[in-house]
Ligand binder design. Structure first.
Ligand code: FAD
Length: 332
């Protein structure tokens, strides 16, 4: 009787011990893995578990091969169903929830991209688990750092859920580069019925030769100080061209139609952390700083020496941007 009791306890213990492993959703553009997904893999490696990468859509197999030899990637799951072609959160979430319910993953990571931000809370609701958004550091497999109040406070959160769900802020992790000897196996999985009533219709993408704002090493950003769209275009584009930089903007510049809203940096825009951030005619409102204050070097050009941007700038140039920017561009 005692040995039966011990065996029962042991099997209960095994059932309650989840084998540490991380499921990571990898986004693709066509057959290519996005830089944000490579940063998400870096975060997943820091958890220290074997990683299963999940790739979805008709080109998932081609994209999967790109990461088959990446450090830490143990297994690759793909589903080539057309239903996953556009990563509709309503389609993807039931699939992810069903994988997490039927296996032993202890962590699930997604990039904190538009798709990721739609998928994560839905998976959380389906599993009745509290997701963590935009983690910036992995302390241990169950403890993460994330900003809150628009980056004004930094939380360290210990998560007690069986599966820890998190979106990863790509600017806080370098894209993974290290290769391993081992090539991960690719396994195809089937479509999971979602009952989804949302349909993909179309998308309009701004095509640009410039680096992506989220992943650019240099960003030139313009604010209301540029006065209008003509000056924004005439002054900032040549400067960005010289520096091979992405263009960004403050919300005031976007609201005044100086540029497209995909360029907005800040609390309600994109969060960037390039090596160099050049803020031109931007005052440095707290909501703007939330999107760029982690940049390695910040250069600000503003005529008001009291402008808050100078409090976080490494290099400040007090003066008229209409004189400084053309001169800087010419000298470059
Ligand atoms: P301003 O604050 O008007 O600053 C313009 C600057 O240009 C001034 O400092 C001025 O001295 C300088 N200037 C003018 N002329 C010249 C010249 N000739 N030469 C040099 N300098 C000159 N903002 C964001 O940017 N991103 C966000 O995501 C965002 N989210 C928000 C969310 C909420 C809920 C709210 C309430 C606000 C948000 N905002 C956001 C808006 C934010 O509060 C500011 O209004 C905005 O950032 C100001 O933009 P700006 O610095 O371009 O304009």
């Amino acid at each position: 009787n005692i040995s039966r009791l011990l065996a029962k306890r042991a099997s209960k213990f095994v059932l309650s011990c989840r084998f540490n492993s991380t499921l990571t959703l990898i986004e693709t553009t066509g057959p290519n893995v996005t830089p944000a997904s490579l940063s998400t893999l870096t975060a997943a490696v820091k958890v220290g578990n074997p990683i299963t990468a999940l790739l979805l859509g008709p080109e998932s197999e081609v994209a999967g091969k790109q990461i088959a030899a990446v450090e830490g990637v143990d297994k690759i799951l793909i589903s080539k169903s057309d239903k996953y072609a556009h990563l509709l959160p309503e389609e993807v979430s039931p699939l992810v929830a069903s994988i997490l319910k039927s296996s032993d993953y202890t962590n699930f990571f997604v990039p904190a991209s538009t798709a990721g931000k739609g998928i994560l809370p839905r998976v959380g609701a389906l599993l009745d688990v509290q997701p963590l958004s935009e983690i910036t550091k992995v302390v241990s497999p169950d403890t993460f750092v994330r900003p809150t109040y628009a980056g004004n406070a930094i939380l360290t959160v210990k998560c007690k859920d069986k599966v820890k769900l998190a979106s990863v802020r790509s600017s806080a992790f370098d894209p993974i580069e290290r290769k391993s000897e081992k090539i991960a196996d690719i396994k195809e999985i089937s479509y999971v019925e979602s009952g989804n009533k949302t349909q993909y219709v179309s998308e309009q993408l701004i095509k640009s030769e410039r680096p992506e704002l989220d992943s650019a090493k240099i960003v030139v950003s313009g604010g209301r100080g540029l006065k209008d769209k003509e000056h924004f275009d005439q002054l900032l584009y040549p400067l960005a061209d010289k520096l091979h930089a992405a263009l960004g903007a403050s919300r005031a510049a976007v609201d005044a139609d100086f540029c497209d809203n995909s360029l907005q940096v800040g609390q309600t825009g994109k969060v960037v952390a390039p090596n160099l951030y050049l803020a031109v005619g931007i005052s440095g409102a707290i909501q703007h700083l939330a999107g760029m204050k982690d940049s390695k070097v910040i250069v600000a050009i503003n005529k008001d020496e009291e402008a808050p941007i100078f409090k976080i700038a490494d290099v400040g140039m007090v003066g008229d941007l209409f004189k400084i920017v053309p001169e800087l561009t010419e000298k470059l």
